[in-house]
Design a binder for this molecule. Sequence first.
Ligand code: AHR
Length: 533
Amino acid sequence: MHRRTFVSAAAAAGVGVLAGSRSAIAADAEIVVSPAAEGPVINPHVYGHFIEHLGGVIYDGIWVGPDSKIPNVGGIRQQFASDMKRIAAPNLRWPGGCFADGYHWRDGIGPAAKRPRTYNFWEPRMPAGVRATETNHFGIHEFIRLCRVVGAEPYVAANVGSSNPQEFYDWVLYCNAPQGTVSLADERAKNGDAEPFAVKYWGVGNESWGCGGNMTGSEYATEYRKFVTQFPTYTRPYLVAAGPRGHSADMDLGWTEGFFEGLQGHRVRADGFALHYYTDFRQTGEDGARFDAKGWYAVLHKGIRIDRIIEDHWRLMDRYDPEHHTRFVIDEWGNWYKGGTELGPAYLLSQTITLRDALHSAMTFDIFNRHAEKIEMANVAQTINCLHSLFAAVEDRYTRTPTYYVFELYRRHMGARLVPMQVAAPDLTVPLLEGSGRLPGLSGSASIRDRRLTLTLTNPSLDAAVSARIRVAVGRVAEGRGTVLTHEDMRATNTFDDPDNVSLSALAVEVSGDAAHVTVPRKAVVALDLMLA
Ligand code: AHR
């Protein structure tokens, strides 16, 4: 077997990878973790969410209304809220997406029955009669209620494409000014919320290179400057500029260059830069539910391209912002197939979520963890009834998808300190939709909180388990606990009739001295908790 050694881009972020080469056969992996080394804290917001007025995401998925027979908390689907609490959902991005740049916040306040019915950006693509109009029954008050029920921080995307700085300014005042200070704050109180919403995260438009206005990076920089120059700062804002279409063939580096160039010489900066990366298979016949080994590997292979995209854009940003004040907010990521596997009639942009999507999520999160110092936030697109969702719901039927369980497994990384991890394992040579490619035979990330070391590992092979020996550079392992997400069938999914088909189970971990041993089954994600003595 030919072995090669390289230091991956991730090594700079504290994770070393030593790799060899093999075709799909079993091989032992040697992992060394250095818990004493200083690493950045993994921002809990990396495990964030995105919900848009699109298909069945808001209406049906989340908002069933206070008069619904479906158990709800003030109109919010109760099961959804309690599952979101269970994974400690740190934030919710709303109202879009493309919807955001056609949304006028005043349409969503006041008595629900009196709110105007308006046009939704997605309407032409929604089944006729199912979502004929936007009712505006879910507005900023309902959104904040949802955030409060879940315990999540609001992240509001403001309308740049069809609005103006004044509307943005007024929305911020309405949300954040204390009652009694300005008329808009009193109007908010009259509408039921005396307490300010204290919204810190504000997106200044969305995909301004496309549905948010079809601008160039430099044209958007001009708009951005106008929108943020006057900003009511009752709550210290974190302003997120629209970033590149990372899934473009050229990664859209030109957008990043145009935007940062356009800020040069102005006393304006962005706190966050919204990189989008869809593992985009819309142009192929790839289907979310029915696929073969080539499709399995192609999705995982394309998914990990995000690693390079983060690196390349970061390097470019370094030219304009060497201290890296601006960090990534990867506020849309996930798999996007050709469609046609929706569970419900209103499920525009929905697809079946399988074990493949779960492994993709795990490999993505490990990459995000390894770039912890570069990423403020990330938001899966989208949380329910959409692409890459954690949940599906139609009326009173509800299920968690395989992706949900990855959020549950990775929860222990949230707010923990990244620690360097070296993996020596052979690469896999895998078939893709066209030709072949290479995938790490085992990949992952490690973090520490107090004396608990957490490792997450993914074995993408359809053929062979990987036995791994994990050694801690300093100290002893007193105790180990493992949890695994896998299934016999690579296409395994959860349905309304079989909601527990794919779920977590315990995995044996052997512990001795400074090491732990575990066997990572094929097509599996594993989380290990090692208590250090
Ligand atoms: O998540 C679906 C859509 O994908 C969003 O509305 C848009 O921002 C992106 O193109």
